[in-house]
Design a protein around this ligand. Structure first.
Ligand SMILES: C[S@@+](CC[C@H](N)C(=O)[O-])C[C@H]1O[C@@H](n2cnc3c(N)ncnc32)[C@H](O)[C@@H]1O
Length: 270
């Protein structure tokens, strides 16, 4: 993992939330929130919550007396999440590293994490932390992206930027968000951390945008790919984004554009 891989700060939180969340995260957030709510948990922890797309979908579905602690490593992401959430006394926002959760053993009925565990430097250790804070019988709901070839706009952008820097391709999207896609490895890591029954489902959706520029901006400027591009060509972020938009238009048309996205959604019991 490179030093900038987990840095969601500066202008990234706003671009992430404005562009990437509606493009690829909202549809999975509705799905994950429904799964968590169906367990009717009283105490819920969310890790790597980002700008709160799951929180916005889940809070209205939780029971009236629920306690919902929403955490992320990067405070600027949580700040954006808190600004967008309707007032809700059941929610606590708290900066926390998922690798070392600042919560007592057995303090939650459910933990959820949408497209965040890929960022954990040691997956089994991170899953052990989740298990530690779950009560016996508690549930861990999580999702990971499938391989980049199944996530069409991310694949297109990665090919374009790799072509621009063939000696040193910026591979953040393939390496990090799409780098933990093997369901056998995911299941094995959850079991190694001590989880019991693990159920994994592959969920396919369509990613839609009005113009091809939107996915170009979302991936190039609203994710840590941005730092890789700026390190290679400090003045050229806009030109690189425009080139990605051109290639997206060549492959998918002038807009509206639509492309497959695919992830794996898991539920593991403590
Ligand atoms: C792709 S985003 C997903 C955010 C959100 N769950 C969503 O669906 O939009 C990954 C998130 O993981 C967070 N993150 C990275 N490393 C982390 C860690 N060690 N502990 C907690 N959060 C972390 C980042 O700050 C970022 O918000």
């Amino acid at each position: 993992m490179s030093g900038t891989d987990k840095l969601f700060a500066g202008s990234i939180p706003d671009i992430y939330d404005d562009c990437l969340v509606p493009l690829i995260f909202e549809t999975y957030a509705e799905d994950l929130a429904a799964r968590v709510a169906s367990a009717a948990p009283q105490a819920v922890l969310e890790i790597a919550a980002g700008t709160g797309v799951v929180s916005r979908a889940l809070a209205p579905r939780l029971v009236p007396g629920a306690r919902y602690v929403v955490t992320d490593l990067n405070q600027p992401m949580l700040d954006r999440a808190a600004r967008r959430q309707p007032p809700d006394p059941r929610i606590t926002w708290q900066q926390a590293d998922a690798m070392a959760l600042p919560f007592a053993d057995g303090s939650f009925d459910a933990v959820c994490c949408q497209f965040g565990v890929m960022f954990l430097p040691d997956k089994v250790q991170g899953f052990r932390e989740v298990r530690r804070v779950l009560r016996p019988g508690g549930l861990f709901f999580l999702s990971v992206w499938d391989r980049i070839e199944e996530n069409i706009f991310a694949r297109r952008v990665t090919e374009t930027v790799a072509g621009l820097f063939p000696e040193n391709p910026p591979l953040f999207l393939a390496r990090l968000p799409h780098g933990y896609h093997d369901v056998a490895v995911l299941r094995g890591d959850l079991e190694s951390a001590g989880f019991g029954p693990v159920a994994i489902e592959t969920v396919t959706r369509q990613s839609r945008a009005e113009t091809p520029r939107l996915p170009a901006v979302a991936y190039c400027q609203g994710t840590p790919l941005r730092a890789e591009l700026e390190a290679r060509a400090p003045q050229d972020l806009e030109a690189i984004t425009a080139r990605c938009a051109e290639d997206l238009e060549a492959e998918f048309g002038p807009g509206p554009v639509s492309g497959k996205i695919q992830g794996h959604v898991a539920m593991a019991s403590r």
